[in-house]
Write a protein that binds this ligand. Structure first.
Ligand SMILES: O=P(O)(O)OC[C@H]1O[C@](O)(CO)[C@@H](O)[C@@H]1O
Length: 516
């Protein structure tokens, strides 16, 4: 498995091109209202309010027109290419038609689309001869690039790209092997993915650190310098990162909280200014970014639309862009200049749990690696690294609070509102706990910076308001403190009979964003 990435090189192909500030939904070009009008005039009726419905209608319209001018049935892929000329915005689309039995066409721009191949030897048409096999396992995928049009027919496939000069010439795409085992995507003994993933954290944290942390302190007087932390993806950019004007973390939701939880460690260990940006807000403000900024894009999925768009924005401003994702081959890992994978294993529950704790650990390791040659930070660095070795065991012991949190959930389940107070490193814990409760148990909850309590929030506090206060200590406390609160959110949802793995109105990968 690829641990660190310079994913622009991973595929050997050009980087994903993401035009800035495009809309998230497919839109029809300026001249389209005439076409829509024409379609309505020709008897088409629209039954939904989504602009996506225009696409099949447009397809039919163009199909009839082309067949007339070409005097026969136009190939399915050519038809789709004509439709795509009329679309703008981000999309991933699959086309099926009774006019083309046994065929399917897929295309994408901006949104992710992956072709899964069960047995590559059973296929082989068009571009297949160009595909390089990346391994000898059975789970294989091709990550489609922007403007790709995939045509599946007769048990084979061809990939074309509408941005190419010759759109009829197949384009080469790399066949990647996914390190995915069937048991990894099953629930195992757990009732829900969220439950499984919370309980997996001792192991996922270990996987995140595996091969990257030297847990033993080097012997005193050891003349050889052995770094105790090594994130391969950072090695070549360490000096640039140390000299940057500021480190800017960009993320959404839980990933944003992970950056917040580890921010103080970067500030303390590296003495570099750190700013946190919610991706959507950064874009709304057209936040100033400079060439000597280092921007770190955190995303479990690596596909969150706002984070991706913020990445393209930062790249256009000339900043050095790093990705931290849990998904090898994701859009963010392929589009960043360098990065680190979480290696936390597949996270399927929509509410992120194990990816959160692994994200905190990766950013903490980044701080430790960047401060490697600082003598004044050595003692503190060694203490944190020693503590990293203890962490999986401590999280395992914390998970034994499961029953206690279930009891607490019974007491809290009929509340209308919960507040989580914390400060310092654990402010992120309070925000993340409140987000988990909101996401899965649909109870209003807020994370409050304890230092701000007297400046307004206290007005809401009376003897009936439940308040949860996690213990505060040092750099790795957020990893331990969030665990019982994840359990609390889980049990609240279960007691209320809610779907924890697919909460209302949420998706695991938010690949669309609000219109600007
Ligand atoms: O870390 P990612 O994949 O960018 O996702 C960001 C947020 O989107 C969600 O997946 C859904 O809102 C949250 O669980 C997560 O906090």
């Amino acid at each position: 498995m690829l641990r660190e990435h310079q994913l622009a090189n991973l595929t050997g192909n050009k980087r994903l091109q993401c035009p800035q500030f495009r809309s998230s939904e497919p839109r029809i070009h300026e001249d389209a209202p005439i076409k829509v009008f024409a379609m309505v005039k020709h008897g088409e009726t629209f039954v939904s309010e989504t602009d996506t419905e225009v696409i099949p209608k447009l397809c039919k319209f163009i199909f009839q027109g082309l067949n007339k001018t070409e005097g026969g049935k136009v190939p399915f892929s050519k038809l789709v290419m004509e439709v795509l000329k009329k679309l703008e915005g981000a999309y991933a689309l699959l086309f099926k038609s009774t006019h083309y039995p046994g065929e399917m066409v897929a295309c994408k721009r901006g949104s992710p689309l992956i072709l899964g191949i069960k047995d590559p030897n059973s296929l082989g048409r068009g571009s297949f001869s160009h595909i390089r096999d990346a391994g000898d396992k059975k789970w294989r995928v091709i990550v489609l690039e922007d403007n790709d049009v995939l045509h599946l027919t007769g048990g084979g496939y061809g990939i074309y790209n509408t941005a190419q000069q010759d759109v009829e010439e197949a384009v080469p795409r790399v066949l990647l092997t996914l390190q995915m085992e069937v048991e990894q995507i099953m629930k195992g003994g757990a009732d829900h993915f969220m439950q499984k993933e919370i309980h997996e954290q001792p192991e996922s944290l270990l996987q995140t650190m595996r091969g990257r942390v030297q847990f033993q302190r080097p012997a005193l007087g050891n003349p050889y310098f052995n770094p105790r932390i090594k994130l391969g993806g950072l090695v070549e950019v360490t000096e640039t990162l140390k000299r940057c004007r500021r480190v800017m973390f960009v993320a959404c939701g839980t990933s944003y909280h992970a950056a917040m939880a580890a921010r103080q460690t970067i500030e303390e260990m590296c003495e570099v200014p750190v700013v946190l940006e919610l991706a959507s807000d950064l874009l709304d403000r057209r936040c100033p970014i400079f060439r000597d900024d280092s921007c770190v894009f955190l995303s479990q999925s690596g596909e969150t639309a706002d984070t991706l768009r913020a990445l393209e924005y930062a790249k256009a401003k000339g900043a050095l862009c790093m990705g931290i994702t849990n998904t090898v081959g994701s859009s963010i890992s392929r589009s960043t200049h360098f990065g680190v994978h979480l290696n936390a294993g597949y996270e399927i529950g929509v509410a992120s749990t194990k990816a959160y704790t692994s994200q905190i650990i990766v950013v903490t390791m980044m701080a430790l690696q960047l401060s490697e040659d600082s003598i004044s930070k050595r003692e503190k660095r060694d203490q944190i690294i020693d503590e990293l070795g203890q962490l999986p065991g401590k999280v395992r012991r914390t998970l034994m609070l499961d029953g206690t949190m279930q009891e607490l959930a019974k007491q809290l389940m009929s509340q209308h509102s919960l507040m989580f107070f914390a400060r310092g490193y654990n402010y992120a814990t309070a925000l993340e706990a409140a987000l988990k409760v909101k996401e899965v148990s649909l109870i209003h909850s807020e994370g409050i910076l304890a230092g701000e309590m007297k400046h307004g929030v206290l007005a809401l506090v009376d003897e009936n308001l439940p308040i949860v206060v996690p213990e505060t200590v040092e750099a790795l406390q957020p990893v331990i403190n969030i665990v019982p609160l994840q359990l609390l959110a889980y049990h609240l949802a279960i007691l209320k009979g809610l779907d924890v793995d697919q909460p209302r109105n949420l998706a695991k990968s938010v690949t669309v964003s609000e219109e600007q």
